[in-house]
Design a protein around this ligand. Structure first.
Ligand SMILES: C[S@@+](CC[C@H](N)C(=O)[O-])C[C@H]1O[C@@H](n2cnc3c(N)ncnc32)[C@H](O)[C@@H]1O
Length: 434
C-alpha cells in the first residue's frame, strides 16, 4: 500500500515539528516498519523533503486553510505538508499523491478529515504557480530557513548568503571514505564499478569517493570488513590537516560517532596513542562499533573533555582535534530538521561551550604541537570569532594558516561553504603552541 510511506513520513514530520525530536533519532525505527526498500526510500524522501521545505510549505498551507488546525490535529497538519511537498516539489503524478495521502487519515482514525484534505490538496494542485509566487515574496518561505538564520547569514556572509541557503536545500551526495590500510581509491573505484555502482573521485580529498546515486551500505564492496565508510568529503579533510606522523600522541576530544577517529587511524599507522573522548556514553558506543568494523583500535573514554583534571594523565599531546559540538548549520542539507530545532539563542551557549573546551584542552598540547579546531557550522560566532578571542587571550598560541586551495579565508581559519566542491559546510583552524 503506497499510503504507508506517506503515513510514516507524516509521523516523522509531526514528531520533529511538534515534539522537537530529531529526525536521526526517529528514522531507523520508523522506517523499519516498511518491508519494501522502495517504500522505505519513498518515506525517507518525503520526510526529508517535507522538513527541508517546511517553511515554504507552511506558508502555502496557511493560504489554503481558512483557519489553522487545532492542536490535537497537528498530525493532519504534518500530513498536509507531506501532501503539498509531493504536489509542489516532486514529480509524482498528482492523482496518486492526493489519493494516497488522503488515505492516511483512515490510519490516523480521522476519516472525518478526508474531504478537507482532499479539498486543500486539490486547490494546491490547481493554484500551484500562483501560490508559490505569492509565498516566495517572503525570504523565509523562499529559502525555507528561519528568519534569524537568514539574517545571521546575511551579516556573516554578505556575498554568499544566498548560495549557502540554496546549498542547504539540496539533496546531499553520498560520499565514501576509502580505508587506505585495506585498499587504494583507484582499486575501490574499480570494485564499485564491478558492483554496478557509479562513482567519481572528489577533488582535494585523497580518500573520498562520491556516488552518483545513494545506495544501501550493504551494497558497498567490503563495507562490513571496514574497507570503506560513509563520510562527507569536508569531514575527511581533518585527518590530512592534522599533519600526523607515526609515534605521535593524539587526542580526539569530541569523538563520537567516530568518523574522524577511524580516519586518523587509517591515515597513520603507528601512533603512540589515540585517545578518543566523548561526553555521551551512548554515542561512544558508536565509536566502538565503527572501530570494530574497521578492525582498528583507540583508547576510548566517556568523559567531559572540558574537565581534563578528571581523566588526563599529564602526558602532553602532539595533536589535538577539537571537532566541537556546534549548531550544525553547515550540514542542514543532510539534517533538515536542524532548521526547525535550533534557536538563535543556542549560538551564544554553543560558543561559550566551544570556548570552554578550547581553554580546557590548550594546556594539554605539547609545545610545538598543533590543535585543529573544526566545526560543521557556517556561523562566525562559533568559528572565527571564538578563535580570534582565544588567540587574544593566549600569547603562546598562534595560527598556522592552512596551505590549501579550497574554502574562504576568515580573520582566523578557513570556511568551506556548503556545496563547495560538493562538500558539507565546515570550518577549520590550526593553532600551534610555542
Ligand atoms: C560534531 S560531533 C563530533 C563528530 C565526530 N568527531 C566524528 O567525526 O564522528 C560533537 C561531539 O561532541 C560531543 N561532546 C559535546 N560536549 C562534549 C564535552 N564536553 N566533552 C566531550 N565530548 C563532548 C558530543 O557528544 C558529540 O558526539
Amino acid at each position: 500500500m503506497s499510503s504507508q510511506p506517506r503515513k510514516i513520513a507524516a509521523l516523522l514530520v509531526h514528531r520533529v515539528l511538534d515534539e522537537g525530536e530529531s529526525l536521526g533519532s526517529l528514522l531507523g525505527r520508523q522506517l523499519a516498519v516498511l518491508d519494501d526498500p522502495r517504500q522505505r526510500a519513498l518515506a525517507q524522501e518525503l520526510a526529508f523533503g517535507t522538513l527541508r521545505w517546511s517553511f515554504r510549505l507552511d506558508a502555502v498551507l496557511a493560504r489554503l486553510l481558512s483557519k489553522p488546525l487545532k492542536k490535537k490535529d497537528r498530525d493532519l497538519h504534518a500530513l498536509l505538508l507531506v501532501g503539498l511537498y509531493q504536489l509542489l516539489m516532486l514529480d509524482i503524478p498528482a492523482h496518486a499523491a492526493v489519493s494516497e495521502t488522503v488515505e492516511v487519515v483512515r490510519h490516523l482514525g480521522k476519516k472525518w478529515a478526508a474531504g478537507m484534505l482532499n479539498g486543500v490538496l486539490r486547490n494546491a494542485q490547481r493554484q500551484a504557480p500562483d501560490l508559490l509566487a505569492a509565498v516566495d515574496e517572503s525570504a523565509v518561505a523562499r529559502w525555507s530557513h528561519p528568519d534569524w538564520w537568514i539574517e545571521r547569514l546575511q551579516q556573516d556572509w554578505p556575498d554568499h548568503w544566498q548560495q549557502i541557503l540554496d546549498a542547504g536545500n539540496q539533496r546531499p551526495p553520498m560520499v565514501l571514505r576509502v580505508n587506505r590500510l585495506q585498499t587504494t581509491r583507484d582499486d575501490y573505484l574499480q570494485q564499485l564499478q564491478a558492483a554496478g555502482i557509479e562513482a567519481q573521485t572528489l577533488p582535494f580529498v585523497e580518500s573520498a569517493v562520491r556516488l552518483t546515486a545513494a545506495t544501501s551500505v550493504d551494497n558497498l564492496p567490503g563495507f562490513r570488513a571496514g574497507r570503506v565508510s560513509v563520510q562527507d568529503g569536508a569531514a575527511q579533510l581533518c585527518a590530512s590537516l592534522l599533519d600526523l606522523q607515526a609515534g605521535q600522541r593524539v587526542l580526539d576530544a569530541c569523538a563520537a560517532p567516530g568518523g574522524k577517529t577511524g580516519h586518523i587511524l587509517e591515515t597513520v599507522p603507528g601512533l603512540e596513542c589515540l585517545q578518543a573522548i566523548d561526553v555521551d556514553e551512548s554515542r561512544l558506543q558508536k565509536v566502538r562499533d565503527n572501530l570494530q568494523r574497521l578492525q582498528l583500535d583507540a583508547d576510548l573514554l566517556a568523559a567531559d573533555a572540558g574537565n581534563p583534571a578528571a581523566w588526563w594523565d599529564g602526558k602532553p599531546f602532539d595533536r589535538i582535534l577539537l571537532d566541537a559540538p556546534c549548531s550544525a548549520s553547515g550540514v542542514v542539507r543532510r539534517h533538515p530538521d536542524i532548521k526547525l530545532l535550533r534557536r538563535s539563542a543556542d549560538l551564544h551557549s554553543l560558543s561559550q561551550q566551544q570556548q570552554r573546551l578550547l581553554e580546557a584542552l590548550w594546556p594539554l598540547l605539547a609545545s610545538g604541537g598543533m590543535l585543529l579546531y573544526a566545526s560543521c557550522s557556517v556561523f562566525r560566532q562559533e568559528n572565527s570569532d571564538n578563535l580570534q578571542a582565544f588567540l587574544g587571550r593566549h600569547a603562546d598560541a598562534s595560527e598556522q594558516p592552512l596551505q590549501v586551495e579550497w574554502g574562504n579565508v576568515l580573520p582566523v581559519g578557513r570556511q568551506l561553504l556548503p556545496g563547495e566542491h560538493d562538500m558539507d559546510g565546515f570550518y577549520f583552524a590550526c593553532l600551534t603552541r610555542a
